[in-house]
Structures are given as structure tokens and as C-alpha cells.
Design a protein around this ligand. Structure first.
Ligand code: FE
Ligand code: FE
Ligand code: MG
Length: 162
């Protein structure tokens, strides 16, 4: 990043890059989990669940892109090897080994709750110190809150169905 652009960041750029990389790893794993979940899903309201999971998958990939652009702008290196994603991530990965829609939705709700925690903490970390990252984090946080809410609505509808 440019000299002045870096100067205005009022916190440890190295620590910020570490945190952004951990969130970046989370996004890739979330993307993968949603992508695969949408393929294997079986059960009531399958179509509604699949389209929600697919939509979230593309949001998570977009988040990964937003984070990697900021990491590079700050002079950092994004996680380069896929085998490091799990090690770096905050929220880990929940294998969609049970294709039942309710199980998949529950797993993804847990993932969204973890993501909301991660971005809330990241927002606190950069608030009043790095307005560019702050804006990125708020935009992602808004999506994660919507993701949790959408999945909870599906969960409620599936409960009513039985
Ligand atoms: Fe995300
Ligand atoms: Fe999400
Ligand atoms: Mg949605």
C-alpha cells in the first residue's frame, strides 16, 4: 500500500493482517461448506434450502475477495496454501456428511454465529483506527447477520411443517 495510506492506519498493521487472514480462511471454508451442502441436501423444503445455501456460498466467496484485496493493499500475503485454511480459521469447518436439510441448516447457523462474533470483534479492533477496513468489516457483518436470520427462518418453517 502507499506510504500515506499505511500511515493513516492507527494500529499494528501486522496484527491486522493476521486477523484479516483468519477471517479470510473462515470465508473460504464457509464457501466450501455452503457449496457442498447445496449439492448434497435432502429432505423437506429442499429447493428453498438449496437456493439459500447457494446464495450464501456466493456471498462468502465475495467476502473472501473483499478480505484478500484489503490484505494485499496493507502489504500482507493472503493464506497461500489450502491446507493452511483450517489451521488459520476461527470458525473451522463442519463437514456436510449428513445430507438432511435440518442438520445442514443447523451447522450453517452455528457457522454464521461464529462469523458474527469474529466480525464484531474485528469491527471493535479497527473502529476509529482504520476506516477502510472498518467499512469492509461492517459490510460483511451485515451479510452474516442476514445469513443467520435467513437460516433461522428456514429452520422455523421446517419445524412448522412436521
Ligand atoms: Fe462471510
Ligand atoms: Fe455468512
Ligand atoms: Mg440469504
Amino acid at each position: 500500500m502507499g506510504k500515506k495510506g499505511k500511515e493513516i492506519v492507527g494500529l499494528s498493521v501486522n496484527e491486522l493482517i493476521v486477523r484479516l487472514n483468519k477471517a479470510y480462511a473462515d470465508e473460504w471454508l464457509a464457501y466450501y461448506q455452503y457449496l457442498l451442502g447445496a449439492k448434497v441436501a435432502k429432505g423437506p423444503m429442499r429447493e428453498a434450502v438449496v437456493s439459500e445455501l447457494e446464495e450464501h456460498a456466493s456471498d462468502e466467496l465475495r467476502h473472501a475477495n473483499m478480505l484478500t484485496e484489503r490484505i494485499l493493499q496493507l502489504g500482507g500475503v493472503p493464506v497461500l496454501a489450502p491446507e493452511d485454511l483450517h489451521k488459520e480459521s476461527n470458525c473451522g469447518y463442519d463437514k456436510p456428511e449428513d445430507p438432511y436439510v435440518k442438520t445442514l441448516v443447523k451447522q450453517n447457523i452455528d457457522g454464521e454465529r461464529c462469523a458474527i462474533d469474529v466480525y464484531t470483534k474485528l469491527a471493535d479492533f479497527v473502529k476509529d483506527k482504520d476506516p477502510i477496513t472498518y467499512n469492509i468489516v461492517l459490510e460483511i457483518l451485515k451479510d452474516e447477520i442476514e445469513h443467520e436470520d435467513d437460516l433461522e427462518s428456514l429452520q422455523e418453517d421446517m419445524e412448522i411443517m412436521k
